[in-house]
Ligand binder design. Structure first.
Ligand SMILES: NC(=O)c1ccc[n+]([C@@H]2O[C@H](COP(=O)([O-])OP(=O)(O)OC[C@H]3O[C@@H](n4cnc5c(N)ncnc54)[C@H](OP(=O)(O)O)[C@@H]3O)[C@@H](O)[C@H]2O)c1
Length: 255
């Protein structure tokens, strides 16, 4: 990581996987935000996270279940007292759940739950933290992590363009998860359009197919490769990237 980050970054779902690795890599970086807010719905069970906050100064653990409005409100209060007048510079909506059911086995309940965590929660978590993002944005100019940003961790599986094979036998796998991430991409575009006049940038980022609990052991890349790429992309975001959909190497992806 060579470029620098803003003053603070909050990551949802940092108990394990990509979220935990983001916190880990940032905490060790020379260019890190002074305040790293690692949130998890049940932080006490993540010994890795506990260890990180004991080892590195400025790593704050906050309980946040993104499905619960009450948990979101109480997290906002806690984060407000951590960041104070500086506000929150960057919110990373990373928490999500997988759903591998095919069209035959998909149920309304499973799809609704997936949409709640993967799509509805990132929007309402962002709305709840907006006053803190606005406070940070009011203190400088331009667009990027130095000012204020919302990063939605999406997936190439949410690409409508890509979900189409020339082969007549092509079948879409994991339609429920794809639907939730396609809708998350629209959340990104709506936020980007609505918040740009306030200088708050919003993008969707695909982390690659990553060896985590969600990606499984046969995925393409390690969590270290994914996160070092994601952080490099993050730190270089500018106004021209607002409302975009990119991968962990910085390439633009089809919607
Ligand atoms: N891995 C991949 O190949 C891949 C590919 C494309 C996109 N992504 C995206 O990358 C992000 C991270 O995925 P990952 O691979 O790191 O997944 P993971 O290993 O399954 O971790 C998911 C994280 O989300 C948290 N979470 C789930 N529901 C939550 C809730 N209601 N409130 C708060 N936290 C909650 C989990 O917390 P608990 O520990 O409490 O369950 C965990 O920390 C997700 O947005 C995912 O869709 C991953």
């Amino acid at each position: 990581m060579s470029a620098s980050f803003g003053k603070s970054m909050l990551v949802t779902g940092s108990s394990r996987g990509i979220g935990l690795q983001i916190v880990k890599e940032l905490a060790k970086s020379n260019h890190r935000p002074a305040k790293i807010i690692a949130t998890a719905r049940n932080p006490t069970v993540s010994t890795d996270l506990q260890e990180l906050s004991r080892t590195y100064p400025g790593v704050h653990i906050v309980t946040l279940d993104v499905e619960s409005q009450q948990s979101i409100s109480s997290a906002v209060g806690e984060v407000q007292s951590i960041v104070g007048d500086e506000g929150l510079t960057c919110l990373v909506n990373n928490a999500a759940v997988g759903l591998s059911a095919d069209l035959n086995s998909l149920t309304p309940e499973a799809l609704t739950n997936n949409l709640q965590v993967n799509t509805v929660a990132p929007l309402f978590v962002t709305k709840a933290f907006l006053p803190l993002l606005q406070r940070a944005a009011a203190q400088c100019m331009g667009m990027g992590l130095h000012r204020a940003a919302v990063i939605n961790i999406s997936s190439i599986l949410g690409s409508i363009t890509n979900n189409w094979g020339e082969d007549a036998n092509f079948k879409s796998h994991a339609p429920g998860y794809r639907i939730s991430k396609a809708a998350l991409n629209m959340v990104t575009r709506c936020l980007a359009a609505d918040l740009r006049s306030e200088g708050i940038l919003c993008v969707s980022l695909h982390p690659g197919w990553v060896k985590t609990d969600m990606g499984g052991p046969h995925a393409d890349i390690t969590v270290e490769e994914s996160v070092s790429g994601l952080l490099a992309v993050l730190s270089n975001l500018t106004e021209k990237d607002n409302g975009g959909f990119k991968n962990y190497l910085g390439a633009d992806l089809p919607w």
